[in-house]
Write a protein that binds this ligand. Structure first.
Ligand code: C2E
Ligand code: CA
Ligand code: CA
Length: 654
């Protein structure tokens, strides 16, 4: 048996080439066998006619034929071991047809001479040898029918004609049988060759079909792991890549996971529409892949969230932090897309595989926590995960649970901080500030719990509950003392906000004209149209409006003009810096001038000493608030403070 591998067509091979290869494979097995049969036949013929004919015919011709077929057989035996390209195979096949023609002519001619010269009783045997020999050769050439037909015709025809022309009925009958057999063989050869080509073709078609199916599957796989918009790998690819990392056995390779989130991307989407957002994302990806090229691989996790994996043999974190810094810097530069210029940025959280991260989920969670921290710290920066962040997050979720439980109880109470009129020197109102006294004695400040309440959607309920209580408390203050209430940006997203506030006032019988709403610029940006409508409806009920924390955020005149503000509250950070920082002084000066030009009163927050008070009074602030006048206090203390200062006594000298 040949050890030649089955002639599997190479991908995309032409069917004709496949057919050639199959023909070649079959012939390489059959042709040596064919020559062996022919050799045996020649020997028999030579021996059987040895006495009857001249030596040249009985020995010379068979020897010459044997030499020729041995040479051809040797040639084909060598080919058994060698692969051949289609062009070579074509040449071999042509050679075989020529050789078949020449050898059959010689064999047929020799057979004719032997038949003629043999003893009459032997001539039948000669005819049979010649005919059977040609038929067997013809069978060996089934896969090369041209050669097969030539062999049959040229090899067997001469003796057959001789038989038919012999005049002896017995011989004529044999000749006629030969003709019938030859016709049958020729037909069989045609159908078997057609069957052979059919099998090869369908095998090749099946192979092609299989390849197509494999390609389609590969493409589908590729799609499943790619983000359609940007072409980056997706979240699924990231998860699988992290899983492949094998966290248990991580001595030799180190892995850093960077998770990044675009800053201010939502605004682009909201203002310019999704197509502009998509184009921007594509531009971001082009820049991002440029930055991480050669260092890591970028993934899109969805929306404006991306990730980068860095695999490194270097255990220290410098490669991760320097890449994170490069990403922060790179994405902070403006993007020019479709005639628009976008100023966005990116915040990055980093998690490293070392003792902390034992699996994919932990690593992704740690990177997310670090990202959250980076955003909390003011965006456009990176943050490396640290175990204490986990503690913070855990505390946050504990607080969230406690907040949900305590909101129904009396754990939340309003405290009141006096706001003093700098002209009359008397308390003219109180700002309501929320206080949380946990049942276990812990006191938690609003800077901690208000953001949590905002995030879990409880700030609205909490504020209404406190307002309800404050309206009852403030009823004892006197008819002119104002109640200032902080409004969270989240509350202004609730379309029912103003109705809910008015319902509380109606229930407690507290006049709207004694309420000042304190809102920050953030609230005006988050949902400007809704905020404006809600505030205006409350303002039309007689409430006053103050712009809180002015100077810390956008400090935009635009925002001041958006709504009919009655007051501006200068943020306490400026007031507290007045003594040390001339910049703070200039800021306060600018705000008071701006307010004067708009006809809006100014409240200075955070007055802690006489020095600050002197300056804000000199700059024309109408009201002031701060520890100098009083810290946020319980309802009972507020009443006492009012009684102590009274409408005639001054609050300026507590
Ligand atoms: P805010 O509206 O700017 O409130 C003033 C904050 O400054 C209060 O902190 C107050 O205690 C503090 N403060 C007053 N005078 C001084 C001073 O002389 N020196 C210093 N260092 N601080 C002073 P608090 O009560 O911790 O409230 C923090 C923030 O929490 C508030 O800032 C406000 O934004 C928010 N908040 C408090 N209560 C509520 C509430 O009921 N609803 C909403 N939405 N937010 C609230
Ligand atoms: Ca306030
Ligand atoms: Ca404030």
């Amino acid at each position: 048996m040949s050890d030649w591998p089955s002639p599997a067509p190479s991908p995309g091979a032409d069917t004709e080439d496949v057919l050639l290869a199959e023909q070649y494979a079959a012939l390489r097995k059959q042709i040596p066998l064919m020559y062996a049969l022919m050799f045996i036949d020649i020997v028999f013929l030579a021996v059987s006619s040895y006495d009857d004919i001249p030596l040249a015919m009985s020995l010379g011709v068979p020897v010459a034929l044997s030499v020729a077929i041995t040479a051809r057989a040797g040639l084909w035996l060598r080919r058994r071991k060698v692969a051949a390209p289609p062009a070579d195979i074509r040449r071999y096949l042509r050679g075989t047809i020529i050789a078949a023609t020449i050898l059959s002519l010689a064999f047929g001619g020799w057979g004719m001479v032997l038949f003629e010269q043999a003893e009459p009783q032997r001539s039948m045997a000669v005819a049979l040898y010649v005919f059977v020999g040609t038929i067997s050769c013809c069978y060996c050439l089934l896969t090369l029918p041209t050669a097969g037909r030539l062999v049959l015709l040229l090899g067997a025809l001469p003796v057959t004609v001789q038989l038919l022309m012999s005049g002896d009925w017995q011989l004529i009958g044999t000749g006629a049988n030969f003709v019938i057999v030859a016709i049958l063989i020729l037909r069989t050869m045609s159908t078997s060759y057609a069957g052979f080509t059919e099998v090869v073709r369908s095998r090749s078609d099946m192979q092609l079909e299989r390849e197509r199916a494999r390609d389609a599957e590969q493409r589908a796989q590729e799609l499943a792991y790619r983000d359609v918009l940007t072409g980056l790998y997706n979240r699924r690819a990231l998860s699988e890549q992290l899983d492949r990392f094998g966290f248990r056995d991580r001595c030799s390779t180190h892995l850093a996971l960077l998770v990044l989130d675009l800053d201010r991307f939502k605004a682009v989407n909201d203002v310019h529409g999704h197509p502009a957002g998509d184009s921007l994302l594509q531009a971001v990806v082009t820049r991002l892949t440029g930055i991480v090229a050669g260092v890591g691989v970028a993934y899109r996790l969805g929306g404006d969230e991306f990730a980068v994996i860095i695999e490194t043999t270097d255990p220290d974190k410098d490669s991760a932090t320097s890449l994170a810094q490069a990403i922060v810097d790179g994405l902070a530069a403006p993007f020019q897309v479709g005639g628009l210029v976008h100023h966005i940025g990116a915040s990055v959280g980093i998690a490293l595989v070392h003792r902390d991260a034992a699996d994919r989920e932990t690593m992704m969670r740690q990177a997310d926590i670090a990202l959250y921290k980076a955003k909390e710290n003011g965006r456009s920066q990176y943050q490396m995960f640290e175990p204490r962040m986990d503690v913070e997050i855990t505390r946050r979720s504990v607080l969230e649970r406690a907040l949900r439980e305590d909101i129904a109880s009396d754990a939340f109470l309003p405290f009141y901080q006096p706001i003093v009129n700098l002209v009359s020197g008397t308390i003219q109102g109180f700002e309501m500030l929320a206080r949380w006294h946990r049942p276990d004695g812990e006191e938690i400040g609003p800077n901690q719990f208000i953001p949590i309440a905002e995030e879990c959607g409880l700030v609205g309920d909490l504020m209404l509950k406190l307002l309800d209580r404050a309206c009852i408390d403030a009823a004892a203050w006197g008819p002119d003392i104002m109640l200032a209430v902080n409004v969270s940006p989240v509350q202004l997203k609730d379309p029912g906000f103003s109705d809910k506030v008015l319902a509380v006032l109606a229930r407690t019988g507290f006049p709207a004209s004694r309420v000042t709403l304190e809102i920050t610029e953030n609230a005006l940006i988050a949902e400007p149209a809704n905020a404006k409508r809600l505030i205006q409806s409350l303002k039309s009920e007689g409430m006053l409006l103050a712009l809180d924390d002015f100077g810390t955020g956008f400090s935009s005149i635009q925002h001041l003009k958006m709504l009919p503000f009655d007051k501006i509250k200068i943020d306490r950070s400026f007031v507290q810096e007045l003594e040390r920082d001339s910049e703070a002084y200039r800021m306060v000066l600018a705000i008071t001038r701006l307010a004067a030009s708009l006809g809006v009163a100014v409240i200075a927050e955070g007055i802690e000493d006489e020095f600050a008070l002197g300056i804000v009074r000199e700059l024309g602030c109408a009201e002031a608030q701060g520890y100098f006048f009083g810290r946020p206090m319980a309802a009972r203390e507020a009443v006492e403070a009012l009684r102590a200062t009274g409408p005639t006594a001054s609050a300026l000298h507590p």
